[in-house]
Design a binder for this molecule. Sequence first.
Ligand code: PLP
Length: 393
Amino acid sequence: MDTRKMGFNTRLVHAGIPDDALGSVTTPIYQTSTFAFRNAKQGADRFAGAAPGFIYSRIGNPTVCALEEAVAQLENGFGCTATSSGMGAVSTAYMALLNQGDHMVSTAGVYGPSRVLMDKHMSRFGVACTYLDTSDLDALARAIRPETRIVYVESPSNPSMIVTDLEAAAKLAHDAGALLVVDNTFASPYLQKPLDLGADVVLHSITKYINGHADVVGGVIVAKTEELHKKLRSMVVIMGPCMDPHQASLVSRGLKTLAIRMERAQANAMAIALWLEQHPKVEWASFLGLPSHPQYDLARRQMTGPGAMISFEVKGGVEAGARLMDSVKLAALAVSLGGVETLICHPASMTHASMGKAARLEGGVTDGLVRYAVGIEDVEDLIADLEQALAKA
Ligand SMILES: Cc1ncc(COP(=O)(O)O)c(C=O)c1O
């Protein structure tokens, strides 16, 4: 069934599922490392790309390919490659698209390890990077050099919720002969489709909203063109961070409910953000759905909803924030986001600790910032939990 022209929700449920001889309604788990050839010619033809069919599961596996086809359709891309983790997708993008002597421009507030990978490791291979607030388009234009090959944007950024104008960033990148790569983890393809806005590559930690059930670590990288897709896929095949069929099966199951999970979580987040914003013990609250967010209009223009991530600071700074995190009972004190359950964490000492304080502040990650990833529980229970924890903070 060709689902490419069907609606987003139909694609969520049906895209990518292969025709199965036994009529299986969901994609079977092909738990095999290798695929037997009928004869030597068929094997040679498959290796030469002259015959369809699978060879070896690092190169391709039907269960994983079903998920890849679904995500490619959801992001309106040419093709998708699944990876063993979100960092597998980030490292694939860096390794496949950058050469010695190249330069990258990146959102300062990217996920900590995306920055550490660049600064501690890609730098050993002669790649340089300039970090800045990519929402400042004049600064972005100034940072692009003749040797810039990638403009790397995380939007909304983690956890400061800064939004970059993707259409404008794509134009600046393309005018300079560079590619726009977008980490779309925080929005998911339900709320934002960077390829439609001009990006060349979009990647996700599917550990988050796409899988949605906090039981899988994984990533995807989607390319707009066949040429880019081949480049990225061959890097995964050769470097080895491929996805396992069991991982893919769980993600394919979680993916089907992305839209309804996202709708519910962001409705909860809206109510909680409004409540937090007026709470006397809260210094500030930042949520893309609040008119007080400096990029409220831009977010409304390029996203179909504000998502479900709130960052806020408790009056009394780091100590008060720590007391709050020690006092919540319903929200789990854990890193990650995008699952059905609500999580709370302290980025400066957890997800972004490895970046160092200067880099954190550059990305808007203050020491007192608390990240609250809203799930799909009853909002009254979440607010009651925060209320009792704020009383102790
Ligand atoms: C925005 C973003 N990108 C990438 C990653 C890395 O993903 P993973 O933990 O699946 O390797 C994360 C993880 O938190 C993230 O939040």
